[in-house]
Design a binder for this molecule. Structure first.
Ligand code: ZN
Length: 396
């Protein structure tokens, strides 16, 4: 059942082919002359490689490009239907699965709530959703070359193991082995925040940026650093745990057991808890469910002008700004991208973050650094899974 075309392709082709495919993927539709310029390969070498790639069906000639005088150049791009990939995002409470072509066009997609979070139950759901979505997409199963999986928590991406996923209650779950055994396709597993960073780098705000940080705020808070174009993972795959850095020694207890962690003070969980506490004290809001505050209700209320919801979000944004200023002082990055579900209230969060970061980051570390809100939003993670599985399949 396994599709041998792209895999054998990966094994057979040389480094120059990889390089040409990477440039075409990175730059989009591009002329042969520009490929030669970016790769430092000679024009005859580029002509030979692209001829072979067209013959194999990996790339196609696109519509004519803009002429710089003289004949219009023919542009080359990846053949979106050369093969297809499946992308999965396992978050704290949900499983999303997409079937996509090489151009990130989504052919089928579904998101389900996870009631039983045991590894066996989640994998069973993943396999069922895989078959359902592949069927719905109309893509023949032997054209699916691989699956990119982004999962919450610590991940050893080399071995494809979820080391620790606190919100799922997982420890040492070998996702790669289980998925490969069941589906017989190539598998790539990565932590959700690192996947988000790759999504931003390939398809979003960090396109072409080699040194940047991605900060994801949702139920938890995590960060990922791209240094000189590469994901920095740390020696035990655990870098980026900004959520568990201390912001206030006298702060509330965190899920990790410590007190005053950023995550305990600025995550969506913190927003809901603060909201609930202030509602119980009698503060006015359009939100009526005092005990079980839903984050989506808070965001909706804030976006239609509910003063309490806006105030709670502004206050947590101060802590978030402190966390981001700390990161900027450590890394001196070119760009910080804020993503995750909190983007739904970006117009409230952004001005507060900018003020706090300006106050707290050193002039020299913040100079030249841009702080942007992700325009991919929650899609950045699944797009990152696309980037990761493509890198793996094409050996980029
Ligand atoms: Zn903590």
């Amino acid at each position: 059942m396994a599709n041998l075309i792209p895999v054998s392709y990966k094994l057979l082709k040389g480094m120059n082919e990889s390089l040409v495919i990477r440039i075409i993927k990175e730059k989009g539709a591009i002329s042969r002359a520009d490929i030669a310029r970016y790769t430092n390969l000679t024009p005859p070498t580029v002509t030979n490689i692209t001829k072979k790639l067209i013959k194999d069906g990996v790339i196609v000639e696109d519509t004519m490009g803009e002429s710089r005088g003289g004949r219009k150049p023919v542009l080359l791009k990846l053949n979106p239907g050369y093969f297809y990939v499946v992308l999965a995002h396992i978050s704290s409470n949900h499983l999303r699965l997409d079937v996509s072509d090489l151009d990130t066009n989504v052919l089928a997609s579904k998101r389900i709530k996870l009631s039983d979070k045991s590894p066996e139950a989640v994998l069973k759901n993943l396999f069922a959703l895989y078959r359902q979505m592949v069927d719905q997409s109309g893509v023949p199963e032997d054209k699916i070359a691989g699956i990119g999986v982004a999962v919450h928590g610590l991940v050893d991406s080399e071995r494809g193991i979820s080391l620790y996923a606190p919100n799922l209650g997982w420890r040492d779950v070998n996702l790669l082995e289980s998925i490969k055994a069941e589906l017989g396709i190539e598998v790539c597993v990565e932590n959700d925040v690192r996947a988000m960073a790759m999504g931003e780098r390939w398809y979003g705000a960090a396109k072409g940026v080699d040194n940047f940080l991605a900060v994801k705020v949702g139920y938890g808070i995590g960060a990922s650093a791209v240094v000189d174009g590469k994901l920095y993972t740390g020696i035990t795959h655990s870098s980026g745990e900004i959520g568990h850095t201390t912001i206030d020694v006298n702060g509330p207890k965190c899920s990790c057991g410590n007190y005053g962690c950023l995550e305990a003070m600025a995550s969506e969980r913190a927003i809901c808890e603060t909201m609930s506490k202030r509602l119980k004290l009698g503060e006015k809001s359009i939100i009526k469910d005092v005990d079980d505050v839903d984050i989506e209700d808070v965001y909706r209320a804030a976006n239609i002008g509910d003063e309490l919801a806006i105030d709670v979000i502004k206050r947590i944004s101060i802590y978030l700004g402190i966390g981001i200023a700390n990161l900027i002082n450590l890394f001196n990055p070119q760009l910080v991208v804020l993503g995750g579900n909190i983007i739904k209230v970006k117009d409230i969060v952004k001005p507060v973050l900018e003020d706090v970061v300006k106050q707290r980051a050193l002039d020299n570390t913040y100079r030249g650094c841009k702080l942007v809100m992700s325009n991919l939003g929650d899609d950045a993670t699944i797009k990152g899974a696309h980037a990761l599985i493509l890198s793996h399949l094409f050996d980029m």
